[in-house]
Design a protein around this ligand. Structure first.
Ligand SMILES: [Mn+2]
Length: 458
């Protein structure tokens, strides 16, 4: 079942050490506020509870050097970092000099060792990237085989971090998916890559079609409604809005070919490339059965500060479901207000980058999500990097950067270098990165980014 490579050996070795540590020390768990971090937190919470261990847990937007100081970790503590930490190994030095730290993360790592550092990151251990939730799952399973029942959360976290390019998990992530299928926790279906299959009216799914983009229809509710009317697909069944899952097979085929035709008309290179896999969670309430929708809901909770609701949802506390819909509604409003603001042209297209200065207009917790949607729906040029700025509550500037997977650059390297040049902190992945810098430094940051890019092109 378990491979013989370094990654799995390390997880096994570390799990044994951790098993002893959690009994001796005060356990403090810190995780990240997005869907991957929240699923990771839920997996560890359940696993630690099963070990009979008391612990404290906190969710953070990011782990800054200031946050590390405020954690006030002493010799009797044991710190566990989920979906963050790999990029902050240097900042953790003082803590590491005092006590052990376990990092379960997949962000681009600082490759530094310390005798107190237990660092599980596939990128450090010669393995391909998987989500933090998947790392946490593998770790929890090694701690106690009963934790295999948490495997659906591993998949949900991976959806949140979009580890499934074109809606299909590959590589090690696929192996975990297959394990979930084998355990009877997930079923796999094929369908059009449209969000909201079980939760939104069809025209809303089409309006928000950012993955399989439909020219002229993505982003326009009225065009989406008209498109369906022309196809003879009823919007309602009695009083109830119909959703994608309600379509007959005939209607699904009609819709799929019409989408392909629209894409062909507009000269899309891969017009027929609109299908992908849908992952159904078995044994979850109806509204949480689609792994992607579950991830969206967790994201909405996390980015609006409702961490408790998110973790309760993961742990199958159904009373949290009622609380979550209002949160999602609010989050969707925030996103659509932000998108409309961008559509009004509130960005600056430069030679090699697009700049979005969000200021106080765009909450720092959603700027990254907005940029991702703006890229994939064509609001901003997808052949360029897009960089967004938003004021955070401490008076700093939160930076998010995104680029299409077609670009052959390493966004994390670019952003880290630019952030360091203005005295900030940064981290991330090849296609998505973030930073935190002092207010007023954005032009300097932009210049540093442009310089780095022009050097790379030469
Ligand atoms: Mn993650």
């Amino acid at each position: 079942m378990i491979g013989d490579n370094l990654f799995f050996e390390e997880i096994e070795k570390v799990s044994k050490i951790v098993k002893a540590l959690i009994r001796e020390k005060n356990v403090k768990v810190i995780s990240h506020h997005d869907a991957d971090g929240l699923s990771s937190a839920a997996i560890l919470i359940k696993a630690l509870t099963r070990e009979g261990v008391n612990f404290k847990f906190r969710i953070l937007k990011q782990l800054t050097e200031n946050d590390i100081k405020e954690l006030d970790i002493g010799e009797s503590d044991f710190l566990i970092l989920l979906d963050l930490g790999s990029g902050q190994i240097n900042g953790l030095k003082d803590v590491l000099d005092k006590t052990q730290v376990l990092v379960l993360d997949h962000h681009d790592p600082v490759r530094k060792e310390h005798m107190n550092l237990l660092h599980i990151n596939p990128l450090v251990l010669g393995e391909e990237e998987i989500s933090a939730s998947m790392i946490c799952y593998l770790f929890a399973k090694m701690l106690n085989i009963r934790n295999t029942d948490l495997i659906d959360l591993a998949i949900v976290g991976a959806m949140g971090d979009i580890m499934d390019e074109k809606w299909e998990l590959k590589g090690l992530g696929r192996k975990i998916l297959e394990e979930a299928e084998m355990l009877g926790k997930i079923s796999i279906e094929r369908g059009i890559r449209l969000y909201g299959r079980n939760t939104r009216p069809i025209f809303k799914s089409l309006e928000y079609s950012s993955d399989a983009v439909i020219p002229g229809i993505t982003g326009s509710e009225s065009n989406a409604v008209q498109f369906l009317a022309e196809l003879g697909i009823e919007l309602k069944e009695g009083e109830r809005w119909r959703m994608l899952k309600d379509l007959t097979l005939e209607e699904q085929k009609k819709l799929a070919s019409a989408i392909i035709v629209e894409r062909l008309k507009n000269g899309h290179e891969d017009a027929e490339d609109i299908f992908g896999e849908i992952y159904n969670l078995i044994g979850r309430p109806k509204d949480l059965q689609d792994a992607r929708e579950f991830a969206t809901l967790l994201n909405a909770c996390g980015r609006t500060g409702n961490f408790g609701v998110a973790v309760r949802l993961c742990l199958n506390d159904l009373t949290a479901l009622r609380d979550s819909w209002g949160i999602l509604e609010n989050y969707r409003k925030m996103i659509s207000t932000g998108l409309n603001w961008l559509r009004d042209g509130n960005f600056e297209a430069r030679n090699s980058i697009t700049i979005v200065k969000g200021g106080k207009k765009i909450p720092d917790t959603i700027i990254g999500t907005l940029l991702s949607i703006a890229l994939s729906s064509g609001i901003v040029d997808s052949t360029k990097i897009v960089i967004g700025f938003a004021d955070d509550e401490d008076g700093n500037l939160k930076i998010s950067a995104r680029m299409s997977r077609n670009l052959n650059l390493n966004l994390r390297d670019i952003i880290v270098e630019a952030a360091h040049s203005v005295g900030g902190e940064a981290g991330g992945h090849k296609f998505a990165a973030g930073a935190l810098i002092a207010a007023g430094k954005e032009d300097e940051f932009i210049k540093a980014t442009e310089n780095k890019l022009s050097n790379q092109v030469k």
